[in-house]
Design a protein around this ligand. Structure first.
Ligand code: ARG
Length: 266
């Protein structure tokens, strides 16, 4: 009788400790995991200069830009290495939700739809939206009305899809995964314009002959970029906001942006 009781007791203890292990594994926060692994994994879409773009440095392909500088500072403040994963913009939030990346910095606008799926840091940069066209069509496109019924290139999954539909009458959209491909389509004359953040438009114009950024500004209430983090990681959001605050106070984000623009020209 006593032996049986002991056996039951021991197995109970074992079951409890097993469960205990399981849940403590889950309880390890994202922040703790990042620190334990010694690295934080960034998800980005490196087709968006000066935010993030590819550049050959000493014969090697590198991802650079002011978002990357911010990511480096976040990693540094956490005392860990930074690993970068480049993917299509529309794949970023799915990757974040399935823990393939720890945070997303990609000139991403924290709009209401996305905020239902993930958490956002405070805004770190503001920009408006601009239309890139072929320079030779400069006189054709003077106002938003001139784009009525035209074909506009937008990045798949980006808010520009919505902005174009809302602000350009009868617009036809050409959605592609990479902004670099949109610009190619424009150069080939297959589309009439590309809608991107204005700073991105001027970056492409600078590096591609025959392109022009119109003066037409498309405003949007959701404007600005923020860093996305998987829901339920308050500590990590707080740490990231702390780094953003410090960078802003020292006017370093502006400086990063200037540096990124210079890198484009080199
Ligand atoms: N701000 C826009 C958005 O959030 C476009 C961002 C595109 N970013 C990029 N790295 N391609 O939808």
């Amino acid at each position: 009788m006593f032996k049986k009781g002991l056996l039951v007791f021991i197995s109970l203890v074992m079951v409890i400790s097993l469960f205990g292990c399981g849940s403590s594994e889950e309880d390890v926060s994202k922040l703790e995991k990042i620190k334990k692994d010694g690295k934080i994994v960034l998800g980005t879409s490196a087709d968006y200069p000066p935010y993030e773009f590819h550049k050959e440095i000493d014969g090697k392909d590198k991802i650079v830009g002011f978002d990357i500088e911010i990511a480096k500072k976040i990693a540094e403040d956490l005392g860990v290495e930074l690993e970068i994963k480049d993917m299509q913009f529309k794949g970023l939030l799915p990757a974040l939700k399935t823990d393939k990346v720890d945070f997303v910095i990609a000139g991403m606008t924290p709009d209401k739809e996305r905020a239902k799926e993930v958490d956002f840091s405070n805004i770190y940069y503001n920009a408006e939206h601009g239309l890139v066209i072929l320079e030779k069509n400069k006189d054709k496109y003077k106002s938003v009305e001139d784009f009525k019924g035209k074909t506009i290139g937008v990045q798949k999954g980006a808010i520009q899809e919505r902005i174009a539909k809302e602000q350009i009458a009868d617009v036809k959209l050409k959605s592609l995964g990479k902004v670099t491909d949109l610009m190619l389509q424009l150069k080939k004359g297959r589309i009439d314009g590309v809608l991107v953040e204005d700073v991105v438009g001027s970056a492409y114009v600078r590096n591609n002959e025959g392109l022009l950024l119109t003066d037409i500004v498309l405003k949007d209430d959701d404007g600005g970029s923020a860093i996305a983090i998987k829901k339920g990681n308050k500590e990590l959001v707080e740490k990231i906001n702390k780094t953003i605050k410090a960078l802003k106070e020292e006017k370093l984000i502006k400086e990063f942006a200037i540096k990124a623009n210079e890198m484009l020209q080199e």
